[in-house]
Design a protein around this ligand. Structure first.
Ligand SMILES: C[S@@+](CC[C@H](N)C(=O)[O-])C[C@H]1O[C@@H](n2cnc3c(N)ncnc32)[C@H](O)[C@@H]1O
Length: 374
């Protein structure tokens, strides 16, 4: 019996457990890129069976072995994984770091590079630690582990260049005097050559604020619950462009609403998506209807302006004392209110930088239902 749920020019969606499906349908060393966001080891589970942080490594091991088997020697495994909190305590789980160590130390993957996906629309959670007791800050990045069977996976950063920042444009226009940095690093004249674009850092700034897409309208029209933990298309697109050529094979073993398949189709890569939940795949069909997946052309240029730490910091004499119990007890309600409407003195108000210019975004309005993934 075939488990193929849907087929396009370039790809196939399978309904079932990817351990079984990929073992049966994908040959050894045939895959160029596994691009995926597995269920995270969450304290507060979503409704598709996240595994406890404690059991996560054992659960993932068999997938890791399978991924190693089906990947080409110069292929890549890219895992988008969010951190998690220890239950009832303001400390972080180490599960995603343990996963990385297991994949490298036990299964022999190389860490080609770690990336951080900054989602400007992340909500300030867990509220208890972040907004009530105010003893932790907002967790706004997911880790992305880029792993490879060999230390030299196929890759080129030329595929994912980005526009120069204003300061770099200024430098290119007005020149730069070659000199040593305080670190001792020699900044040579080469930095004033205009290459028309900049090499991106390993920090990817992408909001997760989809609210009016064809996919969502398709789900609404067919009374399908949209996938609750989708990643934005820009994320798989970055890695598919950087790590594969046209005609290569891209696999997403935890495909959800098949964002990876949609992007791979658009970029003319062959692809396979697998998920255990039929309803998510029903929704995914909307991504392949009416040529809706075709390239839109270059995206608008959007920059984020992140305040440098310090613009609101005041005189040490005005500092509020830290909670002496490390936040073990909740502050009384009245105090909490005062803390929320944080005092910003006149002097500090003036130090807040100018309002953002049009093409800059300080933050994205969180979409409370879909602003998170994993
Ligand atoms: C974080 S979600 C992926 C979301 C996806 N990146 C998107 O943007 O729509 C993880 C998915 O893994 C699926 N899943 C969990 N265990 C699986 C398994 N053994 N085989 C296939 N899919 C699985 C879940 O049903 C869930 O949809």
């Amino acid at each position: 019996m075939s488990d193929v749920f849907f087929e396009t020019d370039f790809g196939k969606i399978f309904h079932g457990d990817s351990l079984q499906i990929l073992s049966e349908h994908v040959s050894e060393h045939s895959v160029d890129l596994i691009m995926t966001s597995p269920p995270f080891g969450l304290v507060r589970k979503k409704d598709y069976g996240n595994v406890d942080a404690d059991e996560y490594i054992d659960w993932f091991r068999e997938f890791g072995k399978l991924f190693k088997r089906i990947l080409k020697e110069d292929g890549s495994l890219v895992i988008d994984i969010g951190g998690s909190w220890v239950k009832g305590q303001p400390t972080r789980s180490l599960y995603h770091f343990k996963l990385l160590i297991m994949l490298c130390d036990e299964l022999g993957f190389h860490l080609a590079q770690e990336f951080y996906w900054w989602n400007p629309s992340k909500l300030p959670t867990p509220a208890e630690w972040v907004t009530v007791r105010r003893i932790r800050v907002k967790d706004a990045v997911n880790c992305i582990w880029w792993l490879s069977p060999s230390p030299y996976p196929k890759a080129s950063n030329r595929r994912v260049l980005q526009p120069y920042s204003d300061s770099m444009k200024d430098l290119l226009q007005n020149g730069y005097t070659a000199k040593k940095r305080p670190s001792g690093h020699d900044i040579s004249e080469k930095f004033s050559i205009n290459n028309q674009a900049a090499i991106p850092p390993n920090l990817i700034a992408l909001p997760n604020t989809e609210s009016n897409s064809y996919y969502l309208r398709y789900c609404a029209k067919h009374s399908i619950k949209p996938h609750p933990a989708r990643f934005p298309a820009g994320l798989p697109e970055f890695f598919i462009r950087m790590l594969t050529d046209k005609g290569d094979l891209v696999v997403d073993p935890f495909a959800g609403s098949c964002v990876t398949g949609q992007v791979a189709e658009k970029l003319k890569r062959n692809w396979i998506c697998v998920d255990t939940v039929g309803e998510y795949l029903q929704g995914a069909l909307g991504r392949f209807e009416n040529e809706n997946f075709k390239t839109k052309g270059p995206q608008e240029e959007v920059y984020y302006r992140i305040p440098r730490p310090g613009s609101l910091w005041g005189d040490v004499e005005d500092e509020e004392p830290l909670p002496s119990d490390g936040g073990r007890t909740r502050p009384p309600k009245r105090e909490r209110k005062e803390q929320t409407s944080s005092k910003v003195s006149g002097e500090h108000k003036n130090r807040v930088s100018n309002p953002p210019v049009v093409q800059y975004r300080m933050f994205e309005k969180p979409n409370t239902e879909y602003g998170d993934n994993g």
